[in-house]
Design a protein around this ligand. Structure first.
Ligand SMILES: Cc1cc2nc3c(=O)[nH]c(=O)nc-3n(C[C@H](O)[C@H](O)[C@H](O)COP(=O)(O)O)c2cc1C
Length: 402
């Protein structure tokens, strides 16, 4: 009798736990996929033959060719200045599926079926890693991959390498096309002790220097600063800010699918990211209620106008229609020439010094990656809003007739 009761209750419990975990985590195993309706799965390793992704859920009839994706990849591409890794990867993207030439317009458009993208790896130098194949780089994920899986692809960091993020940038290029009027831009706002002066912020400037820095005066000192660090065999961290304009009000799914929650998860999912904040972020801890709450007025267009944006464009996990503002902190590159103390996989204490080609500040190339992740999350929420609510209600509402 007792045995029968145990058997009867156990499967029900398991079923409930499974459903609950699905609510908070749409990705069951093995966590190489993100998004709900705009769903991106990436594959590939740093020194494998290629990297790629499959984007499922992209709506049909959106014009799409490689030329729409390539400019974004070119911004992230390594080897473009002496301030990033010298690995030479053209990152030429191929669309393998999910597009077709529409007879009516003569344009290649998405078909609504999975879009597979592929980028060949062409400049691997695996021998650079043979010295450290059994040793763990302090700050890198060598130990954790080893202790989790019992083996690791040490060549260029394998799957733990940020090489994979090229596919996120490619997916982001498609995501940007889904939300009408969406403009997602990113900038490096701090490198080591050097912070931008917001009074000198100029979006045009980010394309004029190799650091994606919006302040010309700060950008002018970053080159010498990085050269000095590199000569010492060191590296440095950075803060990146992403601003998404044109995000319609109403995106976000409380409670477990908040827009800010999903943005934080997506940005935290970028390699080397150690902190994320939205709007005033951690600075909100220093504010009083009347300083922090963004006051409202009715604008000339009859739409609500916020007098500030401490919320970073999100309240209650739902977009307000203001620009969505997110910042993330990136740690310094762990692969450095300066010798560090560590252990090897056989339990011996040893020292390590990493040769090979590495970014002295990974925060620079993290800018286009951050933009892409924000674009993917917003596109996903845009499609979710359309799926659940249809057209977002128009504000102001009519007053009830009394
Ligand atoms: C664009 C970019 C480039 C990176 N390049 C390097 C690199 O050259 N060398 C390195 O040690 N880490 C590099 N990283 C960081 C590692 O991928 C990351 O620290 C590692 O995977 C461990 O993960 P975690 O830092 O998220 O814990 C890079 C990160 C990004 C975003």
């Amino acid at each position: 009798m007792t045995r029968y009761k145990v058997r009867a209750t156990k499967p029900r419990k398991l079923q409930r736990n499974f459903t609950e975990s699905r609510l908070t985590h749409n990705r069951i195993m093995s966590f190489n996929t993100f998004g709900h309706l705009f769903r991106v799965t990436t594959f590939g390793e740093s020194h494998g033959p290629a990297i790629g992704c499959v984007i499922d859920g992209c709506p049909p009839r959106i014009p799409l060719t490689e030329a729409d994706i390539q400019p974004y990849l070119d911004r992230r591409r390594p080897g473009q200045s002496r301030y990033t890794t010298q690995r030479q990867e053209p990152d030429a993207v191929k669309i393998l599926s999910g597009v077709f030439v529409d007879e009516a317009s003569g344009k290649q458009v998405t078909t609504g079926t999975p879009i597979a993208l592929l980028i060949d790896n062409v400049d691997q130098r695996s021998k650079d890693y043979s010295d450290i194949k059994d040793k763990y780089r302090p700050g890198h994920a060598d130990y954790t991959y080893d202790v989790k899986y019992g083996l690791r692809d040490y060549r260029g960091g394998g799957r733990q390498s940020a090489r994979e993020t090229a596919m996120r940038v490619a997916a982001g290029a498609i995501a940007r096309k889904i939300v009408p009027g969406l403009k997602v831009r990113g900038a490096l706002v701090q490198m080591g002790p050097h912070r931008v002066d917001r009074a000198r912020w100029d979006w045009e400037e980010i394309d004029r220097n190799p650091f994606f820095c919006p302040d010309a005066k700060t950008a002018a000192v970053l080159g010498d600063y990085l050269d000095g660090l590199r000569k010492r065999g060191s590296s440095i961290g950075a803060v990146i800010e992403i601003v998404a304009d044109g995000v319609p009000a109403g995106l976000g799914a409380p409670i477990y699918g908040k827009l800010d929650g999903d943005l934080a998860g997506a940005l935290m999912g970028i390699n080397a990211v150690k902190g994320v904040e939205i709007g005033a972020g951690f600075g909100a801890a220093e504010l009083t209620g009347e300083q922090n709450g963004d006051e409202m007025r009715v604008g000339n267009d009859g739409k609500p106008r916020f007098l500030s944006n401490n919320a970073g464009g999100i309240l209650g996990g739902i977009s307000t229609g203001q620009p969505v503002v997110a910042r993330f902190a990136v740690k310094p590159t762990s692969s450095i020439l300066i010798p560090r103390r560590t252990v090897d996989r056989y339990g011996h204490e040893t020292d390590i010094s990493t040769i090979g080609r590495h970014d002295p500040c990974v925060g620079i190339r993290a800018v286009p990656i951050g933009e892409a992740m924000v674009a993917c999350v917003i596109a996903d929420h845009y499609l979710r809003q359309r799926g659940q609510v249809g057209e977002t209600p128009s504000w102001p509402f009519s007053a009830p007739v009394r």
